[in-house]
Design a protein around this ligand. Structure first.
Ligand code: F6P
Length: 549
């Protein structure tokens, strides 16, 4: 494993650029953004990057051009380019699962060649896309009929994690482009309430379930899928109805067949697509049904444009690399533990939730690819809400709290719903937030407003809070694809700097295993012998006691 050419074995803090960066940080840490802007009239236009229609203003970060140069040098010494090239070359960079990592192939245009294990995967990708398009068109047009001959009106995606969060996010983000006569619902939680509430007003005769699970073994998804089958058959009566009301998206054909779904109604993908990187594989079937195959193709094309940019642009002009370097900078040098993502577009409502799995399941690691425990912090907590809602909630802490919270603002020049002055007000707010965070308000400025002396300390804004502003024309399927790829490759960049494997997720296993042990202990008729810790034993006893009452 450790012989792979893309693994950097030199510990992070022993890489030559690290010492230079640490020295540079010491000289910059106490600089205020007010002074950095005052010293350089061009800062607001020079510390920016623009590519593929996306403008990234990073001038309100506590960096100089030298910081970016040094961070890029560190990325170079961390083997970012080699790792990136190994990914695109189909090498098994997911070393603990011995798999290639090729979500970039999901959006490769027909005719491009991407090879892994001796085979070009792009034709397979397009074969599935074509089948998805055929199916999506049949559902959208009403040609696909349910068991009783009625057309489908509601599509329920059953999946969790990567088989849910991307499709949910895309459904919200692309509502403007969706066929409004069709309703999409998403069931993910093993909590029966999720299924009950999402189906209580549905007619099984007009409902199509997409059971989405890479492994087709996930407890939540399989439990919900079985409940869905019982729910549908309770009304439709006949096992033959399954073929009209259930399709599957999976890499596991045997398990799909065992569940009773005809594999002719299965859309496959491959083990080189990680769950959290799968929304543009067949896992996006619900998205394609909602927005149609052409819009789905635009989504893929948008991601591909950023893949190409990531693959070819110099590191200091490379948007996802810059985003990743900045996140690394605050975690490593300023002790930042969180990163806020604040989209000023209501359609991006679920974008932060989607990013939580992408970022934290990827880089929430504490062992390097060489198998060594890290002695530095890795992935911050990603979180956020759409603007302006967050402003009336948690922004107080970002402005006047004690934590360093780098923010990504995402702003659009045009709205999809022009209504009066709404968009001007929205955009004024996002620009104002970045300004307020960076520059704050001094005690003298507060006094000049005539504020009583005893209130001055409360009304001071220290400022110097870092933010990026991404400015994009308007939210389209293409742009959503770009945003997805931007964050995917930012995650990749951060993983390379921290030398962690961004593509496995062993950390989710222990809880799953223990739950399997607890389930029979909750359900058994006879009193089980409990061998957990005293706390867990008591929790189980209390649940059992309540069941027996
Ligand atoms: O929670 C772990 C995980 O494996 C995620 O990585 C994945 O997205 C999710 O479970 C769902 O897995 P599956 O698609 O196999 O049901």
């Amino acid at each position: 494993m450790t012989g792979s050419s893309f693994i950097t074995t030199t510990p992070l803090r022993e890489r030559p650029a690290f010492a230079a960066l640490a020295e540079h940080f010491a000289s910059l840490r106490d600089e205020h953004l007010r002074d950095l802007f005052a010293a350089d009239a061009d800062r607001g236009t020079s510390l920016t990057a623009e590519a593929e229609g996306i403008y990234l203003d990073y001038s309100k970060h506590r960096v100089t051009a030298e910081t970016i140069e040094l961070l890029a040098q560190l990325a170079d010494e961390s083997g970012l380019a080699a790792l990136r090239d190994a990914m695109f070359a189909g090498e098994h960079i997911n070393i603990t699962e011995d798999r290639a990592v090729l979500h970039v192939a999901l959006r490769a245009p027909k005719g491009q060649t991407i090879t892994t294990d001796g085979a070009d995967v792009v034709p397979d990708v397009h074969e599935v896309l074509d089948r998805m398009a055929d199916f999506a068109n049949r559902v959208r047009s009403g040609e696909w009929k349910g068991h009783t001959g009625k057309p489908i009106r509601t599509i329920v995606n059953i999946g969790i994690g990567g088989s849910d969060l991307g499709p949910v996010m895309a459904h919200e983000a692309l509502r403007h482009y969706s066929q409004r006569e069709l309703t999409l619902r998403f069931v993910s939680n093993v909590d029966g309430t999720d299924f009950a509430e999402k189906t209580h007003d549905l007619d099984p005769a007009e409902t199509l379930f997409i059971v989405s699970s890479k492994t087709f073994t996930t407890l939540e998804t399989m439990t919900n899928a079985h409940t869905a089958r019982e729910w549908a058959l309770a009304t439709l009566g006949d096992d033959a109805a399954v073929a009209k009301h259930f399709v599957a998206v999976s890499t596991n054909a045997d398990a799909v067949a065992e569940f009773g779904i005809d594999t002719a109604n299965m859309f496959g993908f491959w083990n080189w697509v990680g769950g959290r990187y799968s929304m543009e594989s067949a896992i996006g079937l619900s998205t394609m049904i909602a927005i149609g195959p052409d819009n789905f193709a635009d989504l893929l094309a948008g991601s591909h444009s950023i893949d190409e940019h990531f693959r070819t642009a110099p590191l200091t002009e490379n948007l996802p690399v810059l985003m990743g370097l900045l996140t690394f900078w605050y975690v490593e040098f300023f002790g930042a533990q969180t990163q806020a993502v604040l989209p000023y577009d209501q359609y991006l409502l679920r974008f932060p939730a989607y990013l939580q799995q992408l970022t934290m399941e990827s880089n929430g690691k504490s062992v390097t690819l060489a198998g060594v425990k890290v002695d530095y912090n890795t992935c911050p907590v990603y979180w956020g809400e759409p603007g302006t809602n967050g402003q009336h909630s948690f922004y107080q802490l970002i402005h006047q709290g004690t934590l360093v919270i780098p923010c990504d603002f995402i702003a659009f020049l045009h709205t999809l719903n022009p209504l009066g002055d709404h968009h001007d007000y929205l955009t004024a707010n996002v620009f104002a937030q970045g300004e307020a965070l960076a520059f704050g308000k001094t005690a003298d400025q507060v006094r000049a407003e005539g504020v009583a002396e005893e209130l001055v300390p409360f009304k001071v804004f220290d400022g110097n809070h870092p933010s990026s502003t991404l400015v994009i024309d308007k939210l389209t399927p293409y742009v959503l694809g770009q945003l997805v790829a931007l964050y995917e490759h930012s995650v990749f960049t951060q993983g390379a700097l921290w030398s962690v494997g961004s593509f496995d997720q062993w950390g989710v296993e222990l809880g799953k295993q223990l739950a399997q042990k607890v389930i029979p202990e909750l359900q058994s008729e006879s009193t089980p012998e409990l061998a957990h810790d005293s706390s867990t034993n008591e929790l189980i006893r209390r649940y059992r006691a309540a069941r027996e009452r």
